[in-house]
Design a protein around this ligand. Structure first.
Ligand SMILES: CC(C)(COP(=O)(O)OP(=O)(O)OC[C@H]1O[C@@H](n2cnc3c(N)ncnc32)[C@H](O)[C@@H]1OP(=O)(O)O)[C@@H](O)C(=O)NCCC(=O)NCCS
Length: 175
């Protein structure tokens, strides 16, 4: 039996992002495909998993605030699924966010997207409740950020805390 082809992770920028369009077409339909293609061109970071010279999977990543990261889209070509490519891309995204000082990471998925939800849960994400303490107060509530995440009805918001919020220093005591 042959060993699986190695996966190389790389940044895609400028015209190179077009190489990821087949992944988007293979992974999304309807309005999601339209939005994913638009996001592919506009988002600040696209990480690609390259196998045998072809883009097999992508992660579209954004920094929403200095301490909050967002996984807009994570997608792997059908032919390359269940081989650990999505997990490699997500681990890479989390390590990039961690290295950039991000404390909370969010991602959204359709509530029946079991593969995607299972992948995020396997990396420690959990469902974010509508009314929980905000991310800047130690919870995962995405107050003020949901509209920028383009979350639509029927989707769940998932969140992961990478680092605690900095302790608030008590005000200096006056004598
Ligand atoms: C979600 C997606 C990116 C997963 O990519 P992948 O390369 O197949 O995932 P991996 O092989 O790395 O799997 C990692 C883990 O995810 C979970 N998982 C992935 N596919 C799964 C499936 N079909 N059913 C259940 N769990 C699944 C498992 O926990 C798996 O770990 P395991 O293999 O040890 O059981 C891929 O299915 C995809 O592109 N889907 C279409 C696009 C999409 O819906 N993206 C998410 C919303 S942005």
């Amino acid at each position: 039996m042959r060993a699986p082809a190695p996966i190389a992770l790389t940044d895609l920028s400028g015209a190179d992002r077009e190489k990821a369009v087949p992944v988007v077409i293979d992974s999304f339909v309807g309005i999601y495909r339209w939005h994913a293609k638009r996001t592919l061109r506009e988002v600040s970071t696209v990480r690609a998993a390259v196998i045998g010279g072809e883009v097999a999977g992508i992660a579209m990543l954004e920094r929403l605030t200095p301490s909050v990261g967002y996984v807009y889209y994570l997608a792997v070509r059908k032919a390359a699924r269940r081989q650990g490519v999505g997990a490699r891309l997500l681990d890479d995204a989390l390590s990039g966010f961690r290295g950039g000082g991000i404390r909370v990471v969010y991602a959204a998925a359709e509530e029946d997207n079991t593969s995607s939800i299972a992948l995020f849960l396997s990396r420690g994400f959990r469902t974010v409740e509508r009314r929980e303490l905000g991310y800047d107060e130690g919870g995962l509530g995405a107050w003020g950020l949901r509209s920028r995440m383009w979350i639509v009805s029927g989707e769940v918001l998932l969140g992961l805390r990478l680092a605690p919020e900095p302790a608030v220093r008590p005000a200096a005591r006056r004598e």
